[in-house]
Design a protein around this ligand. Structure first.
Ligand code: PLP
Length: 384
């Protein structure tokens, strides 16, 4: 019988993170530091507004670009950081994932290469390959704080390079690309005529040590850069599946075609929830970021007391990416052992690319008491 599944679907490996989830199902009392979503539920006023709008009839397909009110509100929300945007430049999507998929589908032809700094959010590879493209890694290192260096991009540039992907703050490392590095990366993108996709879904989960900056604001970059944002992380709205992408009109028109024929539009009720989220006092969401900062500091302190573990202070996101090479144990085996013996889920760093092989990813997505308990168990496990 001929193969039923396509080559690309057979080639793309299943998600390592899902694998760890599945393994955790067999245990009682598990504390998961594996999951990349806020433990907070969506604030009540947002849920209430969505419910009322649904009752008032917002239950139909919307414009494929998104609910016009939401697009206007998004353009106003984004303007202080990115400059004036026409509402037509903003596309509402099913999560940041929908935005990334629309972008890759819209710009990639078979064989086109996307330069992806690693370690990286694992879904990028599948999205790029499903769209017919090819992912090429630009390595980062613990020594350089996992910050993408322009030389690492130059080292993999070739005739088929079409897109440079940036993700700052980064999943899984929490690293943020400093402004001067963005200047250099922008220069490279202009010189080599690259498109840039800047995944900024963690832009609001930053702790004040470093300012979040976007390559979009560099000279000549607005015409070649698309920026991805999401309500998932900073607004605690993962399940509503709502995100956005903006960029130059020509690319937005291309992505609009993809959205129209793939999903028609994002969920109308979720779009009303997002509109309500933008109207809330920022304090409501800033308090969650503050909680993530407290958890980060607690985790850093406890990791600091573990021999053989070294870790950077992540200026953003809710992840920590400690290097555990000095323990002399394979992180994959260690993660399994930690689950079996102490019922704590962490993700082996190799799941995010070769530069992450000596590390594990911890997500501070449980409250401080459980985080302390989880790290206490890890300490006990390492001491054995
Ligand atoms: N980009 C990064 C770096 C992520 O970590 C995630 C989710 O984990 C996403 C995009 C997609 O998030 P969503 O589709 O929920 O907006």
């Amino acid at each position: 019988m001929p193969e039923r599944l396509s080559r690309v679907v057979r080639r793309v490996p299943p998600s390592k993170i899902r694998e760890m989830f599945a393994a955790a199902q067999g245990y009682e009392g598990v504390i998961s530091l594996g999951i990349g979503e806020p433990d907070f539920t969506t604030p009540e006023p947002v849920i209430q507004a969505a419910l009322e709008d649904a009752k008032a009839g917002h239950t139909h397909y919307t414009d494929s670009r998104g609910d016009p009110e939401l697009r206007r509100a998004l353009a106003a929300y984004l303007a202080p950081r990115y400059g004036e945007l026409e509402p037509e430049q903003v596309l509402v999507t099913m999560g940041g994932m929908g935005a990334l998929n629309a972008f890759f589908r819209a710009v990639l032809d078979p064989g086109d290469q996307v330069i992806v700094p690693e370690p990286h959010f694992p879904a990028y590879r599948a999205m790029i390959e499903f769209a017919g493209g090819e992912m090429v890694h630009a390595a980062t290192s613990f020594e350089q704080g996992f910050i993408l260096q322009p030389e690492a991009v130059e080292a993999v540039l070739g005739p088929r390079s079409k897109v440079l992907l940036l993700n700052s703050p980064n999943n899984p490392t929490g690293a943020m690309i400093p402004g001067r590095v963005l200047d250099d990366l922008a220069r490279l993108a202009r010189e080599h005529d690259l498109l840039v996709i800047s995944d900024e879904v963690y832009d609001r989960i930053v702790f004040g040590e470093q300012e979040h900056q976007s390559i979009y604001t560099r000279p000549g970059m607005a015409e070649r850069t698309c920026v991805v944002g999401s309500f998932s992380k900073a607004f605690a709205m993962t399940g509503w599946r709502l995100g956005w992408i903006f960029g130059p009109p020509e690319l937005v028109e291309g992505m609009l075609k993809v959205v129209t024929f793939y999903t028609s539009c994002a969920s109308s009720v979720s779009q009303r929830a997002a509109l309500a989220a933008l109207a809330q006092p920022p304090r409501l969401f800033d308090e969650m970021t503050e909680a993530f900062r407290r958890r980060r500091d607690l985790a850093l302190e406890m990791l600091g007391g573990m021999e053989g573990v070294r870790v950077h202070t992540p200026p953003g996101s809710f992840y920590l990416f400690p290097d555990i090479q000095a323990l002399g144990r394979d992180p994959e085996v260690l993660a399994r052992g930690l689950l079996e013996q102490e019922q704590v889920v962490v993700i082996p760093g190799g799941a995010f690319g070769p530069s992450g092989r000596g590390c594990i990813r911890l997500a501070c997505t449980v409250d401080s008491a459980r985080l302390e308990q989880a790290l206490g168990r890890m300490q006990r496990f390492l001491a054995r």
